[in-house]
Design a protein around this ligand. Structure first.
Ligand code: ADP
Ligand code: ADP
Ligand code: ZN
Length: 846
């Protein structure tokens, strides 16, 4: 079909003259109501265009119209360096940087499904007595009255009489009125009123207590809600109730208890149900012991973070009364503990047994929850439970959950900017993710995705290829058009990969396992692992594959790594349960190279992590100027108070909190982002100050420090892993997970190797273009050539196909996975029909 360029069908978003970071006066049109994928090697400027230009300006315009609080900082919010952007819609980003995720948000709260569940439980849930387990309902008042009259002994009644809580005022008045009739004695006991001695009336024939109390109260025309609850309490208890009166300024909580609901067996009374009853983030609902976390600090902990299940709520996070409310025999905590598919089944079945009225209330709530879970399943996270806490989710999982939430929200005419949504997804799950993104588009939205994944590129309406290289070698528009048009463009590195089916790989035969060189872990059973026996042939490049949720991290990150670390005398978390670990004696070092940030503070940067700043500081301290001024090496550290700017404490910026938006970072007004004080900046080496050096890219610094071997060696290693474009002083918080991982890798490569090291990497291809993956593969292979073992958890088919040995977990996620489906060379995996990874190998002809 002769397709009209999409840009002509509707007015595109027009970006003119973008110069953010390395962008070179870039002008480009982004089609509306279409999926555009921005491609290019790592560091070419994709994020600078998508996030720091398009999204930043969209957010600025949004702030302009929305928040007065935020608006006071509007002048300080840097306008992205761009001539103009036209046709911009409200812009939302769905990125991986999760901000600070707390254990207080769960899959259910992030997706808002929990709000619907709370409403459902408040409206149609059946409360049960926490003492005797019997169901409680307002419809059984008569039964309760009958049951209570079967307990003649006063002691029992006193102990179990319903409680009425209320504020001073109404209650006291009511009690006094009742007392004035001479029917009850009111004993004022601190703030507790005890109403006694109604029974003589009650036993009179044909005069139920109910009738008496009703008549009395009504006679004075007092008909407030609290009066009614007092009446009920007296009625239920057969003439006796305790009233706890709170001072008028007491908090809301004091008036919650009412006897509208009480247990027919023992008389325990309940507060009326409302959505807050089921919120673990509210004092109304939270289990008081664990404050709604579900876990408490373990008493015998040797480190702070060790926690155990709360003994009171047993992990349910809520007060016992809330946990005792059920629908179709499940509490709200039971439901959120189910995998999504099972929770959805449960939801679709609950309406049947409900009363007509309850069914009418429940149906729209249930439908909305089912709809939202559908979206979650479509983005490939159906193995998760609703109760899974956000702080245990990977960046990719959290991003997919947010994506599902956006689809569920049904907003239209929004421009969504996504950052590598394919991360952590097995190729088998890609189709579903792409369908979900297409759904978001079909709702009438514009989608812009920064992505390296080939399937995503092929599924796009439009590609924008930035490059050709990284950093100063990038920042230009290399190619644009439909995927076919870009594939046909000889100037585009991305196009070359798309058109030629050029595969990434190593130009060497596979290595074979060496007899007797094995690390064995038996009986691993954490999470979904089904008693897995793992055998790693040492001295090889080993890939761990399997769909998301199959158990890769549970086995490698949460069991093998800490087990081996303890064996080698390193500090690590408690490993997941396993039987035995053998072969650790054949290793002397274990180095995890993950995607976690390098260093915790905003002051940490590539230079500090890679250890290159120390020799650089020595270079500065050795200059004549430094000696004259008496500046030692410490002076050139932004961690030392003597040398750094004391306004920003060496950060270079000040932070402004923005409530619901991400924090704003504003260049320090004193040092202008240079991080050091003026005296320190008097010292120059080859004409550059320490601040100038930190602003250099690694590549520039490599040339600059040519004659300082110690510095040069470390920088070369960073350039080798493809990080030449990163600046030495770039805050570690602005580095992607993939970049952080490669900095760690480079630092390791620069160390003299032992040849008996085990390296563990979790999805190292994240953020990497085809060309970068090729480079990474060569670096990993060098580590193995030196006799080391490299274990990589991966989804990238080309990288997996280049491994010497694969261990494929699955076959599915969650309870459908957790075992080793196949192991051996990529050819062996390809021969295994049950393996989903094998299926993708077969499609590639491996
Ligand atoms: P990509 O998304 O293609 O990997 P980026 O847009 O993140 O590339 O980076 C493009 C260039 O801009 C790189 O040289 C990078 O080091 C630089 N850069 C990225 N973020 C910042 C920042 N916050 N401050 C300064 N330079 C940055
Ligand atoms: P993979 O690494 O292959 O994506 P995981 O090991 O992360 O798989 O997950 C395997 C199973 O264990 C999944 O069902 C997942 O939901 C569950 N799981 C993982 N981490 C946790 C956790 N912290 N708490 C509870 N369940 C978890
Ligand atoms: Zn400063």
């Amino acid at each position: 079909m002769e397709s009209e360029p999409i840009t002509k069908l509707s007015t595109p978003i027009q970006i003119r003259g973008a110069r953010v970071h390395n962008l070179k006066n870039l002008s480009v049109d982004i089609p509306r109501n279409a999926i555009t994928v921005i491609t290019g090697v790592s560091g070419s400027g994709k994020s600078s265009l998508a996030f720091d230009t398009l999204f930043a300006e969209g957010q600025r315009q949004y702030i302009d119209t929305m928040s007065t609080y935020a608006r006071q900082y509007l002048d300080s919010i840097p306008r992205p360096d761009v001539d103009w952007i036209d046709g911009l819609a409200p812009t939302l980003s769905i990125d991986q940087k999760s901000g600070t995720q707390s254990a207080r948000s769960t899959v259910a709260t992030v997706t808002e499904i929990y709000d619907y569940l709370r409403l459902l439980y408040a409206r149609v849930g059946t409360p049960h007595c926490t003492q005797c387990g019997s169901p409680i309902s307002t419809q059984t008042v008569d039964a309760i009255v009958a049951a209570l009259s079967a307990y003649p002994e006063r002691t029992k009644l006193t102990l179990m009489s319903p409680m009425v809580r209320g504020r001073k005022g109404t209650h006291v008045e009511v009690f006094e009125k009742i007392a004035a009739q001479g029917l009850v004695r009111v004993r004022v006991d601190g703030e507790v009123y005890l109403l006694e001695d109604v029974p003589p009336l009650a036993v009179r024939k044909n005069h139920t207590i109910e009738a008496v109390v009703d008549r009395l109260v009504l006679k004075d025309g007092i008909e407030s809600r609290l009066d009614e609850s007092t009446r009920l309490a007296i009625r239920l208890s057969g003439g006796m109730c305790a009233a706890v009166i709170a001072p008028p300024d007491a908090d809301e909580h004091s008036k919650l208890f009412s006897t509208a609901m009480a247990c027919a067996e023992c008389g325990e009374s309940f507060e009326e149900l409302e959505p807050r009853t089921f919120s673990f983030n509210s004092p109304y609902g939270a289990c008081p012991t664990c404050e709604g976390l579900g876990t408490v600090a373990a008493p015998t902990a040797d480190h702070e973070s060790a926690r155990q299940t709360c003994p009171d709520c047993e992990g349910g996070r809520l007060r016992l009364q809330a946990l005792a409310v059920t629908i179709a025999e499940r509490s709200i905590a039971d439901v959120v503990a189910l995998p999504l598919a099972e929770a959805q089944d449960w939801m679709s079945q609950i309406a049947g047994p409900l009363s007509e009225l309850h069914r009418r209330v429940a149906t729209p709530i249930v439908d909305e929850m089912i709809r939202r879970i559908d979206f979650l399943r479509r983005v490939g996270v159906d193995y998760l439970t609703l109760s899974r806490t956000a702080d245990t989710l990977s960046g990719g999982e959290l991003q997919r959950i947010r994506l599902a939430t956006c689809i569920g929200s049904g907003l239209v005419s929004v421009c969504y900017v996504l950052d590598e949504p394919s991360i952590g997804l097995h190729p088998a799950d890609h189709d579903r993710l792409l369908a979900a993104i297409a759904e978001l588009k079909s709702q009438g939205n514009t989608i812009v995705i920064v992505e390296h994944d080939e399937d995503t590129m092929r599924a796009a309406d439009y590609l924008i290829d930035i490059g050709p290289g990284a950093g100063i070698h990038g920042g230009e528009l290399v190619s644009q058009g439909t995927p076919d048009e870009v594939a046909a463009d000889p100037n585009s590195p991305t196009g070359r990969f798309l058109s030629s089916h050029h595969r990434i790989g190593l130009d060497r035969p596979r290595r074979e396992p060496v007899r007797g060189q094995k690390l064995r872990l038996t009986g691993a059973s954490l999470h979904n692992l089904q008693n897995v026996n793992l055998e790693l042939p040492l001295g090889l490049l080993i890939g761990i594959s399997g769909v998301s949720g199959s158990g890769k991290s549970s086995l490698i990150v949460d069991t093998l790594y800490p087990a081996l670390a303890h064996e080698l005398g390193l500090v690590a978390d408690t490993p997941g349960p396993f039987k035995k670990l053998t072969g650790a004696d054949k290793l002397d070092k274990l180095i995890p190279i993950d995607q976690s940030p390098i260093g915790r503070t905003t002051r940490s940067c590539p230079a500090t992590y890679a250890g290159v700043l120390d020799p650089i500081r020595n270079v500065f301290a050795a200059t004549r100027a430094a000696k004259t001024l008496g500046f030692k090496s410490a002076r050139f550290s932004f961690n030392s108070p003597s040398g750094r700017c004391d306004v920003c404490k060496g950060n270079g910026f000040e932070r402004i909190e923005m409530n619901f938006l991400s924090d704003l970072l504003i260049e320090c007004s004193r040092c202008g982002g240079k991080r050091f004080n003026r005296q320190t900046l008097q010292v120059r080496f080859k004409g550059a100050t320490i601040a100038d050096v930190l602003a250099m890219t690694i590549e520039e610094a490599q040339t600059f420090f040519e004659n300082v071997p110690k510095v040069h060696h470390l920088l070369t290693s960073l350039v080798d892993v493809g990080l030449g474009y990163v600046t030495l002083g770039q805050s570690s918080t602005t580095l992607s997970g993939g970049e952080a991982q490669r900095i760690k890798l480079a630092t390791e490569l620069a160390r003299p190797g032992t040849g008996k090291t085990l390296y563990l990497l979790d999805e190292p291809t994240t953020g990497l273009h085809f060309a970068d993956v090729q480079r990474l593969l060569v670096v990993l292979d060098r580590l193995v050539d030196a006799g080391n073992t490299v274990v990589v958890i991966e989804h990238h088919t080309d990288l997996l196909a280049s491994c010497d040995w694969l261990i494929d977990l699955g076959p599915r996620g969650g309870s459908g996975g957790g075992r080793i489906v196949a192991q051996g060379s990529p050819e062996d995996i390809s021969g295994c029909q049950e393996s989903l990874t094998g299926e993708f190998f077969r499609r590639r002809g491996i």
